[in-house]
Design a protein around this ligand. Structure first.
Ligand code: ZN
Length: 454
């Protein structure tokens, strides 16, 4: 450390700290004045004179998770979720940064004015750091650059109806011009990739049978849409991110495009990695999301995509609603799965069974998403100079998911009754404990803006 650095006031010591270089026993010195990691020291290093030591024993110290796909719905649909409830759930689940999706709130984040409305609501309530995606919708081309300048981390669009009337999809021509505009100022477009014509041509879903719902959202609809997006990214030399990948059949074309230098990235979600179509009971619409949870063989291929590095991130796509919108009919029920508080344990449970390590999980759920949104100099690593954001995990302990223990506004979850590995002991934001044994403390989250690259 340089002499000018503020003296660390806190040391977290664990036999298992997950650093970018791998796991090691370490003492992590934190400056509370700056809220950053001052140094990652050897386990036995002398404790700085004024520092308090937090002994974590064999509990694992991870960088706080970064969840770049969360529908907070606030303001406008706060009965579905709100910034207070969402960020409490995030803190309890080991997440220290979330990025709010531009739709399902009213207004949607498609103008700077709407962004400021959302920021005003979030600022008062946030238990974790919060960033924002903007939206690209028909008619808001002139709002994209101002939103970029105002600090959104990128822009979301749909190619087919989004589920809410106030956030319509782009036409093919609209997609082309929005992407050209966004590429012009170096922005990122994130896309719900399902082809509208193939969805229209599939049998419409209705009734309680999951197989009928699955047939209404064929893999080809994802594959075709992704193929087209990859070609557009290539043509326009644009950055495109594929949201919530479900169809593993699209992985080879994504990998091939990347090896050609096309700037396309891709995420998947805990539910695609841990739940399968075969096990969804009839009428269990808490499992409904779009694109859908597919068969076990597809899930195996998604894990292969994570293992070989084709998939960059695992993020929740937490998209809650009130219980009355989760009727027993797969046609009418709201599509969205609630998992914000459970994502780390759900993914870790399956990851460990498949021979992956917490280092892998951190790459997918913290470092990867932080890099996606350009926050990787602040977030996503236990390393000197980064924000002192941590999750402390007991990886071998198990718990059974009790929906009433969730801080989500609506305690509807596809994970109810499952036994998961990995108990989050505590969560820390800039060196302050923001959740202790699942109980959130004070709302000290900050609002994040896009970081200018040097
Ligand atoms: Zn979503």
């Amino acid at each position: 450390m340089r002499v000018a650095d503020p003296e660390p006031e806190l040391v977290l010591r664990s036999t298992h700290v997950v650093t970018p270089e791998g796991p090691r026993a370490a003492s992590v010195a934190v400056s509370l004045a700056t809220g950053t990691i001052a140094a990652v020291l050897p386990y036995d290093a002398p404790v700085p004179p004024r520092a308090r030591i937090e002994e974590l024993g064999d509990d694992v110290l991870l960088p706080g998770l970064v969840d770049t796909h969360v529908h907070v719905n606030d303001p406008g649909r706060t009965e579905w979720e709100g910034f207070g409830s969402a960020t409490r759930a995030a803190a309890a689940g080991g997440i220290t940064t979330l990025v709010d999706m531009p739709l399902n709130s009213i207004p949607p984040t498609t103008t700077v004015e709407a962004l400021e409305i959302k920021r005003a609501v979030a600022r008062r309530a946030a238990h974790v750091d919060v960033g924002f995606w903007g939206g690209a919708v028909p008619g808001n081309a002139a709002d994209l650059k101002p939103l970029h300048d105002a600090g959104v981390l990128g822009f979301k669009c749909f190619l087919l109806p989004s589920g809410v009337d106030e956030f319509p999809q782009l036409t093919p021509a609209g997609l082309h011009s929005a992407l050209r505009e966004i590429a012009g100022f170096g922005g990122l477009l994130i896309v719900h990739a399902e082809d509208p014509h193939l969805i229209e041509g599939a049998p419409a879903p209705s009734g309680p049978a999951y197989a009928d719902f699955l047939a209404s959202r064929p893999r080809d609809a994802e594959n075709r849409a992704i193929e087209r997006l990859v070609e557009l990214a290539r043509e326009l030399d644009a950055r495109v991110h594929i949201l919530h990948l479900s169809s593993a059949e699209a992985l080879p074309l994504i990998a091939a495009a990347r090896s050609d230098g096309v700037r396309v990235t891709v995420e998947t979600c805990p539910h695609f990695l841990t739940l399968t179509a075969e096990e969804v009971p009839d009428g269990a619409t808490e499992f409904k999301c779009c694109p859908p949870i597919r068969e076990a063989a597809n899930q195996d291929a998604l894990w292969q995509g994570l293992a070989d590095g084709t998939i960059d991130c695992v993020v929740s796509d937490h998209s809650p609603c009130t219980a009355d919108l989760k009727t027993g009919d797969f046609g009418g029920a709201w599509g969205g799965i609630s998992s914000l508080q459970l994502g780390l344990s759900a993914v870790w449970t399956e990851a460990r069974r498949r021979g992956h390590t917490l280092h892998d999980v951190v790459r997918w759920m913290s470092a990867g998403p932080a890099a996606l949104v350009g926050l990787d100099r602040l977030k996503g690593a236990v390393a000197a100079g980064h924000d002192a954001d941590f999750a402390v995990l007991a990886p071998d302990e198990t718990f059974t998911v009790d929906p009433t223990a969730l801080h989500h506004r609506n305690q509807v979850t596809a994970y109810a009754g499952r036994t998961l590995h990995g108990v989050v002991r505590s969560t820390w934001l800039r060196g302050r404990k923001i959740a202790d044994h699942g109980i959130p403390t004070e709302p000290t989250g900050r609002l994040l803006e896009r970081q200018l690259r040097a």
